[in-house]
Design a protein around this ligand. Structure first.
Ligand code: ADP
Ligand code: MG
Length: 482
């Protein structure tokens, strides 16, 4: 039987509840389910490299077996890991007879799950002691000064700051939207911290909307809907996260509408987030949509490479370690769709370095993050090297290597030079500094700027993108598959 995507998603949801989304993003998402063999009771999985597999098996093997067992309704489940793309077996974990469990109808907390190792815990955000009502706490690390501002989030950031400084007076409601893992929750918590610090009397309530729904359903069950509504009466700032969760839930929307109006009429600050604009949230009553659109609506996008690098430095700094520009650049230019994923990669790299007592270098990051399907980079020692890349790029655009290395600054040539830098960084292990030196530039930030420009233009200019792909194909001839 081929394992269904739905089963895997259910598994990830359960695991997320147990160990948190950070662990799931960092480790579990790296794994691909392959198939379930119902006869031998083996779940076949693929890992991008041995490190991920080892980490998962050391820390979470019980969790795999317990929850996959429950979802598949099997007492005993074995796990077999293969290296992604190769089918080469990495390890098999067979459940020992004394570890068997009874499939249960309700999920309960497994007792034998070992905590994550110190290396990983060291980079987890600590929860602050400021307990808000409803048992929700503010994450200590999510503050304005730990938020990196760039063009992708500048509007949301300044609106959040201004609203926190002028509670209820400026942008009310403030509605922030954007894809998952782009910093919405971070900004909500930052607003909470800010107001707590400067307005000690203010009552702040941060609440994920699914929690709002859950609490309301409980309240109805126990005939306490009125008490539920009254809980919000004295709130000065309501931070409601992921408001899309109230869609299609009529009764919840009804009470939300009342709470919203009650607070709004009293000039209390309302801040809401969602994964899409109010008009794109399906199953949301029109009157709520209108209310949500009545203040400021600000979006957050995926940041540029430059901002991603700054975020990686900030995250590293917050956890007391230093990540060199090269490593940040390498991680930042990996494909990813959220900052959460970006952070996950950084954690994986740092955790690996800590565990193996090695410095965090580009080589190490590559080892941890590159999956086996990706082409190998041209080695630093390889004869192709920087000069080889410069030759290919120069020839493609009818220039010479000497032109590229010169100080001539005509627009076309500058761009070709940037393209050469782009491929040098992409295809070799040379550092930004070394690439800078190749072009006789003293400052490696020139190289960072060049790389940033190429990435940007590639996104907006199809012709340019096609050109890069054509060059890429020339290099691909030299790629060796692992
Ligand atoms: P969302 O709520 O949009 O799904 P989060 O606020 O949970 O995303 O952010 C995911 C992770 O990314 C968090 O660890 C957060 O600190 C981090 N993050 C997102 N954007 C930024 C940023 N601009 N600066 C620093 N960290 C960020
Ligand atoms: Mg969030």
């Amino acid at each position: 039987m081929v394992i269904t995507a739905a089963l895997w998603q259910d598994f990830l949801t359960i695991v997320r509840e147990e160990v948190g989304s950070r662990v799931v993003e960092t480790w579990f998402k790296a794994v691909k389910p392959v198939r379930w063999d119902a006869v031998s009771k083996v779940m076949y999985l693929e890992a991008p490299n041995q490190f991920v597999q080892q980490w998962l098996m050391t820390h979470y093997s019980d969790l795999f077996r317990l929850h996959l067992g429950r979802l598949l309704n099997e007492k005993q489940v074995s796990i077999s890991f293969a290296l992604e793309g190769t089918g080469a077996e990495l390890c098999s974990v067979v459940q020992r007879p004394d570890e068997s469990f009874q499939p249960a109808t309700a999920f309960s907390q497994p007792k034998n799950i070992r905590p994550a190792a110190t290396a990983e815990r060291a980079v987890m955000p600590a929860i602050s002691k400021h307990h808000l009502r409803s048992k929700v706490v503010l994450i200590d690390a999510y503050r304005f000064d730990t938020f990196v501002v760039g063009p992708s989030n500048a509007l949301a950031f300044s609106a959040a700051q201004a609203a926190a400084e002028n509670l209820g007076k400026l942008y009310n409601p403030l509605f922030l939207y954007g894809g998952s893992g782009l910093g919405k929750t971070h900004l909500l918590h930052a607003m909470g911290h800010y107001v707590k610090e400067y307005n000690k009397k203010a009552t702040i309530l941060y609440q994920p909307a699914d929690r709002f729904v859950h609490d309301f359903v409980q309240a109805i069950r126990t005939n306490k809907a009125y008490e539920f509504e009254m809980r919000y009466r004295d709130v000065d700032m309501l931070l409601l996260d992921d408001v899309q969760f109230i869609s299609k839930k009529e009764q919840t929307q009804e009470i939300f509408f009342r709470i919203f109006n009650m607070l709004h009429q009293q000039g209390k600050q309302l801040v809401l987030t969602s994964d899409s604009m109010p008009c794109d949230i399906e199953g949301l009553a029109d009157r709520i949509r209108t209310r949500l659109e009545g203040g400021l609506v600000a979006d957050i996008h995926m940041p540029s490479l430059e901002t991603k690098i700054a975020i990686l430095h900030k995250k590293a700094e917050a956890n007391n370690y230093v990540v060199e520009d090269d490593v940040a650049y390498f991680i930042g230019s990996r494909e990813c769709s959220s900052i959460r994923e970006l952070e996950g990669m950084l954690i994986r790299v740092v955790a690996y370095a800590a565990l193996t007592k090695q410095p965090v270098t580009v080589g190490l990051a590559r080892k941890v993050l590159l999956s086996s399907r990706e082409p190998r980079r041209i080695d630093a020692g390889n004869q192709v090297g920087l000069i080889g890349i410069a030759k290919v790029v120069a020839k493609h655009f009818n220039y010479t290597v000497r032109d590229l290395r010169s100080t001539k600054r005509n627009k076309d040539l500058v761009q070709v030079r940037h393209v050469a830098m782009h491929f040098m960084k992409k295809l070799t292990v040379y550092s930004l500094r070394e690439i800078g030196v190749f072009f006789e530039r003293k400052d490696h930030t020139t190289v960072i700027n060049a790389l940033e420009k190429v990435e940007k233009q590639r996104l907006s200019d199809h012709h340019f993108d096609r050109e890069l792909r054509a060059i890429e194909r020339k290099f691909n001839l030299r790629y060796e598959e692992r």
